[in-house]
Design a protein around this ligand. Structure first.
Ligand code: DC
Length: 208
């Protein structure tokens, strides 16, 4: 079974998807981490971020690896920490926008999703990667709360600057962020992580 969790940055996708996968004993796939790892490699190897075919070749030759501990690796390097740096935040929408790159990534995401019960987190899972997913959830949250969540992850950052950055990212990611018409929308603004996980687990129980 596939549980697709989509939504904008800061809506709670990662925390919810990870906790849900642990609770259900499903695999957890963070598709954003795949685009982040490719972006890290492109910067590391000096591949121009506007060169779609070169990025496609880089992605095809360097599948992203996920460790059992949640670690992310590419080209033999553990990049778990590096892919969360602001430099990657800024560059990743540019890389993720290339259609050639998305084809390679989606193929790999489908392959990983087929290998067992999975919770897949991203922007286009319910619409493009896994349109047949048994459960689809679209997470949203109030922009102020989303910025506050980012702030909690980034010690010392200016909250106003984080809110502005979130708005910029929303605009840049909009082209690849799709709400499936059959997704259940959940507003996480006033819910705890436990409450959101409980609700999604309820949706899974309904279809099992
Ligand atoms: O969710 P995140 O911030 O880790 O995502 C990183 C980037 O990858 C962001 O620019 C959105 C993009 N992305 C995408 O285009 N499609 C996905 N399925 C997942 C993420």
């Amino acid at each position: 079974m596939i549980v697709a969790i989509d939504g904008p940055a800061g809506a709670g996708k990662s925390s919810v998807a990870r906790a849900l996968a642990a609770r259900l004993g499903f695999k957890y796939l963070d598709t954003g981490a795949m685009y982040r790892a490719l972006t890290w490699l492109a910067l590391h190897e000096g591949v121009p971020l506007d060169d779609g075919p070169a990025l496609e070749a880089l992605a095809a030759a360097n599948p992203v690896g996920f460790g059992v501990d949640g670690g992310v690796s590419i080209a033999g390097r553990d990049v778990t920490r590096q892919i969360r740096e602001p430099e990657i935040d800024a560059a990743v929408p540019v890389v993720a926008r290339h259609p050639e790159v998305r084809v390679v990534m989606r193929e790999r995401q489908r392959e990983l999703g087929r290998s067992g019960d999975s919770v897949i987190e991203g922007r286009d899972i319910g619409v493009v990667v896994a349109p047949d997913a048994e459960v689809k959830v679209w997470l949203v949250a109030d922009p102020t709360v989303r910025a506050r969540r980012r702030h909690a992850e980034r010690e010392g950052a200016d909250p106003d600057e984080l809110a502005a950055e979130l708005r910029r990212r929303d605009e840049r990611d909009a082209v690849n962020t799709h709400q499936a018409p059959d997704a259940v929308e959940l507003d996480t603004t006033d819910l705890t992580l436990g409450e959101v996980v409980e609700r999604v687990a309820g949706l899974v129980a309904d279809v099992r």
